[in-house]
Design a protein around this ligand. Structure first.
Ligand SMILES: Cc1ncc(COP(=O)(O)O)c(C=O)c1O
Length: 374
């Protein structure tokens, strides 16, 4: 309740001397576009996070999704089942590939695709399911794979928020025909901007490599109509340093989350599914009651920020199927758990830069604000 308190930021990218030195090292070579640093980053990324998969670096997580879809042959007339409770890039990438995003509901405990809702959304045009490992919690891959097998569908993972997350010991990014990671600054590791496609399929990998570079393998012998979605060696240099730290940072996020879950009262703390390794890209609580239109959540979020200087975020306040940009794909659609989550979630700081004092301040603030509304 004090004006002198410093704001605890909701997220905090960690860029230090190692990243600066790596950038300088690449800049000094004079070769700064896509080159050997990107190639090494791809190999190291696969070896640390998605063993046995090919990794292809691109300029954003959105490009990773978009190019992955095109490389997998998804286009006009195809439907891809996606969650509505996610960042818009998931559905956008399907629409940009010329296909139709079909929105399914989430299950309430982990905020990821509900297999029953996915099954109900399958039509004869469905080609794929694109689960999002939201907030760093793995989606229900076993159940989703069973549906994919039954209807002969592909699985594409949106792993933008889930570096190093696992389900039953299997890393996310190794389940699907391809997976897409984001390396945006607030993600669990960053390359400033960037993305990574991972795939077990050499043909798909080659197509993504072509698509990111105007369709060229050999210069001026363009095989496909492609993009410029290349990652630069400068970005790869930052990514390589961060890759060396991401597992340690993940442990810190998990420890921070454990402290919050053990001490918060009056709110619903994140649940972790059996066999799931949650990497807490976001630590997301539920507050408020059904049918209040998000009023209680908004009261709590405002009080945390303004009175207690605890940064927090609402990811995501408007379900994708109701966004002005994507609603055209979902006339009249109702997704009750998605609507409920959009009105009840608040993500608290969980990043590795938090001190014990910060964590105690967050707990005190949330417990006081939640109690005040009870
Ligand atoms: C679930 C999800 N998918 C895709 C993306 C897109 O990644 P980028 O911002 O790197 O394009 C994001 C990034 O915010 C995301 O959270």
């Amino acid at each position: 309740m004090s004006d002198e308190l410093a704001m605890i930021p909701a997220a905090k990218p960690i860029i230090g001397d190692d990243e600066r030195a790596a950038v300088d090292r690449v800049l000094q070579t004079g070769m700064i576009a896509q080159g050997p640093e990107v190639k090494t980053f791809e190999e190291e990324f696969a070896s640390v996070l998605t063993p046995g998969r090919e990794a292809i670096a691109v300029n954003s997580g959105t490009s990773a999704l978009h190019l992955g879809l095109i490389a997998a042959g998804i286009g006009e007339g195809d439907e891809v089942i996606v969650p509505s409770f996610t960042f818009a890039a998931t559905g956008n990438s399907v629409a940009l590939a010329g296909a139709t995003p079909v929105f399914a509901d989430i299950e309430p405990n982990h905020f990821c695709l509900d297999p029953a809702s996915v099954r109900a959304a399958v039509t004869e045009r469905t080609r794929a399911i694109m689960p999002v490992h939201l907030y760093g919690h793995p989606a229900a891959m076993t159940e989703l794979q069973a549906i994919a097998d039954e209807f002969d569908l592909l699985i594409f993972e949106d792993a933008a928020q889930a570096h190093a997350s696992k389900l039953d010991g299997t890393p996310v990014g190794t389940f699907g025909a391809f997976a897409a990671f984001s390396l945006y600054p607030t993600k669990n590791m960053t390359s400033a901007e960037g993305g990574m496609v991972t795939t077990p399929d050499q043909t798909l990998a080659r197509r993504v490599r072509l698509l990111r570079n105007q369709g060229m393998e050999k210069q001026y012998e363009n095989e496909l109509v492609g993009f410029n979605a290349r990652m630069t060696d400068v970005h790869a240099a930052i990514g390589r340093v961060q890759l060396g730290k991401v597992l340690g940072w993940t442990k810190q996020r998990q420890d921070n989350a454990a402290f919050l879950s053990a001490n918060l009262t009056g709110v619903t703390v994140p649940a972790v599914a059996a066999g799931a390794e949650h990497v807490y890209h976001q630590y997301t609580i539920r507050v408020g009651s059904d049918g209040d239109g998000g009023a209680e959540r908004d009261r709590i979020a405002t009080a945390l920020r303004e009175e207690y200087k605890v940064g927090c975020g609402v990811y995501y306040p408007i379900p994708n199927h109701r966004l002005p940009s994507l609603a055209v794909f979902a006339p009249g659609l109702e997704l009750p758990e998605t609507e409920r989550a959009a009105q009840q979630v608040i993500s608290l700081p969980v990043h590795p830069s938090l001190t014990q004092g910060d964590l105690e301040r967050i707990v005190e603030a949330v417990n006081a604000v939640a109690k005040a509304g009870a």
